[in-house]
Design a protein around this ligand. Structure first.
Ligand SMILES: Cc1ncc(COP(=O)(O)O)c(C=O)c1O
Length: 458
């Protein structure tokens, strides 16, 4: 599996991405800044695709992991369809040039407006803006390839909207298999007590209800049990639940064309020994290959496993405070830039961008056996005690204006960032073919204020 350091190297004591020193990128783009390696994205995409090739699996990249248009274009160019969970993500995928037929639309709370735009381009919130944003025309845009539906209520509304528009929506039902993915409780999605999906016993009657519907055609089943899922067994259990359900449905005269296994595929945030993506695929292939042989189409929705270790967040030290027990390294990135540590107690390896020879990190790990390290919290500028990127780490000495690199930040970094305390969102840079390209300018303060400047009576 790719390590947090794979796409980066320390040369002469300075962090590089390819041949570029990341400090030059930070100098030019300012900080905080997200930097992605196009080569690392290509490598992890191809590795995942190869692992699931024996199932002929179709990859739909989960846009929520990192939604920059240029990342979507790169992945679509490699052959990926898209998995979106909002009208906004749908428009992004469309602007990136992805045909609607290659988009699956998931999400537990789709509105009528979002469903309309997903069925008929005339209802796109972008309309003419689409062309000026570099996308293609909205007129004549057909329905998305697949809706992943999360409740009978959503199915009723989808049928109404599709009838209104005179189109047929193809849909999978998202199954809640009641399987514990044994990940953080906030990212566990396949347990009975979670809001996601439909319980197994309720599903056959939904297929019966929509058997002859002209507006909704139920073509398959979907699951997504959590993210990241660090063990293989929960996938096996969930797939067995869905296969049992497929047998029941087919026996009742409902042919199942599509089985969407969702995302959650593994990522190394430290150089640990979690199983790699090939082991997940190897465990699932024997369960599924005979079904694929008789026509079942497999879809997967990876996000994190492609992007996480393809990106790094660069942040500049603003101040160093020596507390009684540890140092506080106060950076310009915080929970507004990368919320995962505060939200999920997520681990990100963090290290200075410039180090002496004794401090080149051999691996990405919570504890490194190196000389002269100091207990430190890496914190941000936000007025919350929960504003930290790392706690109780042993770090080399750093001083004001030093640059720090936060590794494994390519997924759920920028896409989850916030404007809390009125901080603008970061810039994004893509390194490709030895060049650093600014793929998203830093938000400016005026943008944050614009929608408040002209109040009007309703
Ligand atoms: C429905 C669905 N599919 C795919 C994903 C992507 O998961 P990951 O980025 O872990 O691959 C998510 C993430 O939450 C999801 O909710």
């Amino acid at each position: 599996m790719s390590s947090p350091l794979d796409a980066f190297s320390y040369r002469n004591g300075e962090l590089h991405i390819g041949d570029l020193a990341v400090s030059d990128i930070a100098e030019a783009a300012g900080t905080p800044v997200y930097v992605y390696s196009a080569d690392a994205i290509r490598t992890s995409y191809r590795r995942l695709a190869k692992a699931f090739a024996p199932l002929g699996a179709r990859l739909h990249y989960a846009v929520k992991a990192s939604s920059n248009l240029h990342i979507l274009r790169l992945l679509h160019g490699l052959g990926a369809g898209m998995d979106v969970v909002s009208g906004g993500e749908l428009e992004r995928a469309w602007l990136a040039g992805v045909p609607m037929s290659e988009i699956v639309f998931a999400g537990v709370g789709k509105s009528r407006a979002e469903q309309r735009a997903a069925l008929d381009g005339r209802f796109s919130p972008l309309k003419e803006a689409a062309e000026s944003c570099g996308g293609h025309g909205i007129e004549g845009r057909g329905p998305v390839g697949l809706f992943n539906v999360e409740s009978s209520s959503e199915l009723e509304v989808l049928a109404e909207v599709a009838t209104e528009l005179g189109v047929t929506a193809r849909a999978c039902i998202r199954v809640n298999p009641d399987v514990d993915a044994r990940t953080h409780e906030y990212t566990t999605t396949g347990k009975e007590e979670n809001k996601f999906g439909v319980a197994v016993p309720e599903i056959p009657s939904l297929f019966d209800t929509y058997r002859d519907s002209a507006s909704v055609r139920l073509v398959g089943l979907h699951m997504h049990i959590g993210s990241p899922v660090r063990e293989i067994e929960p996938y096996e259990s969930a797939v067995r639940v869905l296969l049992g359900l497929i047998d029941r449905l087919e026996a009742a005269g409902h042919p199942i064309e599509v089985l969407d296994l969702g995302g959650g595929w593994p990522v190394c945030y430290t150089d640990d020994d979690s199983p790699d993506i090939e082991s997940y695929a190897a465990a699932l292939i024997p369960l599924l290959e005979s079904r694929v042989g008789t026509g079942l189409r497999i879809v997967i929705e990876p996000g994190r496993s492609i992007l996480a270790n393809s990106g790094v967040l660069l942040t500049r030290v603003q101040h160093v405070k020596q507390g009684r027990f540890k140092r506080f390294v106060v950076c310009d990135a915080g929970i507004h830039t990368l919320i995962r540590p505060a939200l999920y107690k997520a681990f990100h390896f963090i290290w200075p961008v410039r180090v002496d020879a004794a401090h080149i990190p051999p691996i990405a790990a919570e504890r490194l056996d190196l000389p002269d390290l100091y207990p430190s919290d890496v914190v941000g500028p936000i007025c919350e005690t929960g504003d930290f990127l790392a706690r109780n780490r042993n770090l080399p000495a750093v001083t004001r204006d030093d640059l720090m690199a936060v590794f494994s930040a390519g997924a759920y970094g920028m896409s989850m960032s916030l404007n809390y305390n009125d901080h603008p969102r970061s810039a994004e840079v893509m390194v490709d073919s030895g060049k650093a390209i600014l793929i998203n300018r830093r938000q400016d303060q005026a943008t944050l204020l614009r929608t408040e400047l002209s109040p009007r009576e309703l």
